[in-house]
Design a protein around this ligand. Structure first.
Ligand code: TXA
Ligand code: MG
Length: 367
């Protein structure tokens, strides 16, 4: 499939812009989707690689372009709750309340496909009797889906095994020449993929299959009983309910070590490792929770230092920057990476540490 000319549609600033009404570029992108094309587009979480979810040939092209395992189902993106109902059939009361509380936004709801729904290609659901649906809040995504007037199947727009893209440039790096077009709507806001949930039919509890931008605390605060907060538990038990969680994801080319502990100890440990690595001729990088100057000073032995956030508590800022930093490390041929870990037991820290752990392939050091 490589060798296709990938179009770039640039959408100018949209927030609060009264003139943002169906610009010509979006109409062209929507037409490409309707015609069975592959179009990458921005969402508030990460960029997605979209195709008409009802068109099996188009959906198959997603798997080829990404190099994605065929048994990993796709999320279907819609522009309204009614559109979700059209494709999945009647929506249960708890699921509807979830949608009303968190849509549009970074929450994906796994719905049982019920009789009466129009359905999507079986390639989207990988043969499961359920379908994962999400209504993104990014205005460009919403407008594109509404204009296309089709349910849009879209995984993250990266080659399999690479970090999810948070800019149109990341998409071009991975998929340029392999897809029909990219809608550039600026950098993604959340930076980590959506929270995937399913409502337990017997208990009515909300099960978090993949942590993300909508936290377990936010679900609980909105009155939803939350069953299990950490998808990695299920992974450990060998029975992932969200098929995607079993794959190694987001792995940088260099080996990444996440270091947990008191900030001063973490810093001392990483500095010592950097010295050893320098002697061994490694190219090193550090992902730090500190202001730029401070981090650069502390880790002057590293080739690259990324200040993910000014303060340790600012996990939102770090989430936004994480994938871009991992990509930059690859581009700079970094062979040894160290990341200062954060509390991964609650809030957005859960999603952030879930992604960092996966990127590290299990290398977690506690000091
Ligand atoms: O934020 C996001 O969710 C982004 C943007 C583009 O919307 N999309 C995304 O898609 O992250 P992807 O394909 O990279 O991840 C989809 C996840 C996978 O873990 C997959 O296994 C799970 O959703 N999933 C999809 N359908 C499912 C289903 N029927 N039951 C359980 N899990 C499902
Ligand atoms: Mg993905």
């Amino acid at each position: 499939m490589s060798g296709i000319r990938t179009k770039l549609w640039r959408i100018e600033p949209i927030d609060g812009d009264a003139d943002f009404t169906r610009p010509a570029q979006l109409r062209e992108a929507a037409a490409a989707l309707r015609a069975g094309g592959l179009v990458a587009f921005p969402t508030e979480t990460v960029y997605g690689l979209g195709a008409d979810a009802r068109n099996t040939a188009a959906v198959e092209r997603i798997f080829v372009a990404k190099g994605r395992p065929a048994d990993n189902p796709l999320i279907v993106h819609v522009a309204s709750i009614e559109a979700a109902e059209r494709l999945a059939g009647p929506i249960g009361a708890a699921e509807r309340r979830l949608m009303e509380a968190f849509w549009p936004g970074p929450l994906t709801v796994v719905l049982p496909a019920r009789p009466g729904g129009e359905g999507v290609s079986p390639r989207v659901t990988a043969g499961l009797p359920t379908v994962a649906v999400r209504m993104p809040s990014h205005p460009v995504a919403l407008e594109l889906i509404a204009l296309a007037d089709v349910p849009v199947a879209a995984p993250s727009a990266n080659r399999s095994g690479r970090p999810s893209p948070t800019t149109a440039e990341h998409v071009r790096e991975d998929l340029g020449g392999r897809i029909d077009g990219i809608v550039d709507g600026g950098a993604a806001d959340v930076g980590l993929e959506s929270t995937v949930v399913a409502v337990d039919a017997s208990t009515g509890a909300v099960r978090v299959l993949r942590p993300g931008g909508v936290t377990a605390e936010a679900l609980a605060a909105a009155g939803f009983p939350v069953a299990s907060a950490d998808a990695s538990d299920e992974e450990a038990a060998g029975a992932p309910r969200s098929p995607g969680v079993k794959y190694t994801h987001y792995a940088p080319k260099g080996r990444l070590c996440v270091v947990l502990g008191a900030p001063e100890k973490v810093r001392a440990y990483i500095r010592q490792r950097l010295d050893q690595d320098a002697k061994a001729g490694e190219r090193t990088a550090v992902l730090a929770f500190a202001p730029e100057r401070d981090a650069a000073g502390a880790y002057s032995a590293a080739q690259r230092v990324f200040a993910l956030a000014e303060q340790r508590g600012d996990v939102a800022a770090a989430s936004q920057r994480l994938y871009a930093a991992l990509r930059e490390c690859d581009a700079a041929r970094i062979s040894a990476l160290y990341a200062e870990g954060v509390d991964g037991s609650s809030g957005l820290g859960l999603a952030f540490m879930n992604r960092l752990r996966k990127a590290a392939g299990g290398c977690i050091v506690e000091v």
